[in-house]
Write a protein that binds this ligand. Structure first.
Ligand SMILES: NC(=O)c1ccc[n+]([C@@H]2O[C@H](COP(=O)([O-])OP(=O)(O)OC[C@H]3O[C@@H](n4cnc5c(N)ncnc54)[C@H](OP(=O)(O)O)[C@@H]3O)[C@@H](O)[C@H]2O)c1
Length: 323
């Protein structure tokens, strides 16, 4: 098969490599589309190695057709149209994945839309509803609201009755987030977000989903109300910051660090089953829809990376493979 391989100079090449074979509880998928995540751009630069034992090939999600199944697999058949959450390997013509990380392509969606679902909806669902235990009516602050994760999280907040406020980089993105279901927003280019959030939520917010980290910690702690939860999912704004412990103590705040990729196969299977129960009916009636900014042939993955890294995208950038 062909896959995107990264050379010593960090350049991406579409080259021949070995086709993986599924073990007993795995399926192999013929990939029709995969999608870019920030983790891929980091991995290509040598900063985010795959978990031990997982494919060194880039790619955390895909949509395609099952083309082989392990001898203990019962749910899937060759030819099934599916999406999958991967620990790696998606930037390839074929990828093997544990059967529990595979779900049916939601009815009515094509492979491009399907490839834009697994990583960001799993991240938003896991961290808002499992880690932060978001309750109906609670207020949410979403940083990087126009990101892949942000556009998934806005829609989940809307569906589950949680007003949300976004921070992001420009007015066009803010308009699109409001159209998607956000209730307010602030341009990070216009200064600190704390006063804007305080205007929107006079008593503070209950939950923050934060991929920025260091640069935002102090303001995050200020805008959380008592018993608030801050879920840290990324470090785009720095890996360290002083922390106001008195504030944490007095407001009974919780700071939760969370990564999806490093979780066990069992945890991922449980998460996918939970998403199938709770979110798949919403995809199938169009109440949730993956937001795709654009797509490129996979051979142009370098252009897709440059676009994502320009911070100009709204939602996901998808990579397509020829049939
Ligand atoms: N922990 C996990 O399991 C997990 C899983 C998936 C993703 N993530 C993380 O979630 C984040 C979003 O991922 P994604 O793939 O959805 O991203 P994305 O679609 O590429 O969007 C990222 C956006 O973040 C904003 N941004 C960039 N640098 C920033 C900075 N220094 N400070 C504030 N905002 C900045 C930019 O939008 P604006 O200019 O509009 O602000 C950029 O477009 C990433 O940090 C990623 O690593 C974590």
């Amino acid at each position: 098969m062909h896959a995107i391989l990264v050379d010593d100079q960090r350049h991406l090449h579409w080259r021949e490599t070995e086709t993986p074979a599924p073990t007993s509880h795995e399926v192999r998928i013929r990939v029709h589309a995969t999608a870019v995540n920030r983790a891929d751009t980091l991995q290509a630069r040598g900063f985010y190695p795959p978990p031990p034992g997982e494919s060194p090939i880039l790619g955390l999600e895909c949509a395609g057709e099952v083309d082989a199944v392990g001898d203990a697999v019962t749910r899937w058949r060759v030819g099934d149209a599916v999406v999958a959450l991967l620990a790696g390997g998606g930037y390839a013509e074929q990828v093997v994945v544990p059967e529990g990380q595979v779900l049916p392509l939601p009815a009515g969606l094509d492979f491009v839309a399907g490839a834009a679902i697994p990583e960001v909806f799993a991240t938003a669902w896991l961290n808002l509803f499992k880690e932060a235990r978001l309750q109906p009516g609670e207020l949410v602050l979403l940083h990087a609201g126009a990101s892949g994760v942000g556009t998934a999280a806005i829609q989940l907040c809307k569906q589950f009755d949680n007003p949300c406020f976004v921070t992001l980089g420009n007015q066009d993105k803010l308009d699109r987030c409001l159209a998607l279901g956000a209730d307010g927003g602030h341009l990070r280019t216009a200064g600190e977000f704390e006063p804007a959030v305080a205007d929107w939520a006079t008593d503070g917010v209950d939950v923050i989903l934060d991929p920025v980290g260091g640069a935002y910690l102090e303001q995050n702690l200020k805008v959380l109300r008592p018993d608030g939860r801050l879920v840290l999912i990324g470090l785009m704004g720095g890996a360290s910051a002083p922390i106001g412990l008195a504030q944490m103590l007095m407001k009974r705040l919780r700071l939760i660090g969370s990564t999806l990729r490093s979780r066990s196969r069992g945890d991922k299977a449980e998460l996918m089953a939970d998403m199938e129960r709770n979110l798949w009916p919403l995809f199938e009636c169009d109440a949730l829809r993956p937001v795709v900014h654009t797509h490129f042939p996979i051979q142009e993955a370098d252009k897709a990376f440059a676009l994502v890294e320009s911070n100009q995208t709204f939602g996901k950038v998808v990579l397509t493979l020829a049939d």
